[in-house]
Design a protein around this ligand. Structure first.
Ligand SMILES: [Zn+2]
Length: 347
């Protein structure tokens, strides 16, 4: 069995990569696009291992080459990241690669430069890289990983085929977790609802789902989820008799939300919910990020106009920014509730 068989979903993309490798039609560079936790880095390593592995059905995942590459210990698979003190990947880093790329690989036939966050390259760095992509030295492969190709220059995009990792279905993710992830299995056994919420909140990304199922990494996601659900229900019912008071009593207190991280999570969930509601109004088919189904979003979307949804979206992003700026928790709850209320009543 090849290591590619263990990669979840994205079958067409995986077949294409395997064909490019076995048919010798590998490009000098690929862009691997996908959400956080979607498997970009794993795919990059599988490609490198497949090129290095001498066994049938490569990558075998057992030989020394495969093992070194998968553990990120191979000297011929080089990870290119921003300098420690910088957020952006600058031109200096690319200049160093240009100097290094003239040397052949140590153990393998191909030397690979993996950019785990290619979209952090500034324009100057991308232009410098472009020169390398235009005249690639022999035996060099570039794998540019990014969440969004929108941050890459069109000239870079024209030089490297894009392999886009699509989100997985909730079913695929939950089946995989229950079979392979002990922590997730424990969560499912102790609280199936929280497990289901974690899977849904992952947005089709296996890595995100694994984090959300780990109580050490994502405590109380269900709590924030329930609060967001209640928030929206009461907000939609604001214009019924007594509705305004009911909404305000809840939204300004948010009794279950006591930590800054929980409130931050709540705002981000409310933002996702508003995106779903907008999509429900404007499109025939979409993948809900917050709601269990399109129908659920569609039903609630009747209570909102598109203009109000847009303003609510801005409100929750702003509230989230203010929270990062260290605003007092209670003040944030009250102010956001008042502003949301004003948006709904058109004030
Ligand atoms: Zn191998």
């Amino acid at each position: 069995m090849s290591g590619f068989d263990s990669f979840l979903g994205n079958n067409a993309l995986i077949s294409r990569v395997r064909e490019d490798i076995s048919g010798g039609s590998l490009s000098h560079a690929y862009i691997i696009e996908g959400a956080r936790g979607s498997g970009k880095r794993t795919l990059a390593k599988l490609i490198c291992a497949a090129l290095a592995c001498r066994e049938d059905d490569s990558p075998c995942m057992k030989c020394l080459s495969c093992d070194k590459i998968m553990r990120e210990q191979s000297p011929d698979v080089i990870y290119v990241e921003a300098d420690r003190d910088k957020v952006q990947l600058g031109v200096d880093v690319i200049r160093r690669i240009r100097g290094d790329a003239v040397f052949r690989a140590n153990d393998l036939d191909v030397k690979t430069y993996v950019f785990p966050a290619a979209d952090t390259m500034n324009a100057q760095a991308q232009n410098a890289l472009l020169k390398l992509l235009e005249e690639p030295p022999d035996g060099i492969l570039f794998l540019l990983l990014c969440e969004n190709t929108g941050n890459l220059l069109p000239t870079i995009l024209s030089r490297a085929p894009v392999l886009r990792l699509e989100p997985l279905s909730d079913r695929m993710i939950s089946d995989w977790l229950l079979e392979n992830d002990g922590t997730a299995r424990e969560l499912a056994a102790s609280d199936r609802e929280e497990f289901d919420v974690a899977v849904r909140m992952s947005g089709g990304s296996l890595g995100a789902a694994r984090e959300l199922c780990d109580p050490k990494l994502a405590a109380g996601c269900l709590k924030s989820w329930r609060a967001a659900e209640e928030y929206l229900k009461l907000l939609a019912g604001r214009q019924k008799p007594g509705g305004e008071l009911a909404f305000f009593e809840y939204a300004a207190r948010l009794p279950d939300i006591k930590q800054r991280s929980e409130l931050s999570e709540l705002y981000s969930l409310l933002g996702a919910a508003v995106r779903d509601l907008t999509a429900a109004k404007l499109t025939h088919s979409f993948r809900p990020e917050f709601f269990v189904s399109e129908d659920e979003a569609r039903e609630l979307s009747h209570d909102y106009t598109s203009m109000r949804l847009m303003r609510l979206f801005d409100l929750f992003s702003q509230a989230s920014d203010e929270l990062d700026g260290n605003v007092n928790l209670q003040l944030s709850k009250t102010r956001t509730a008042m502003r949301a209320s004003a948006i709904i009543s058109g004030r």
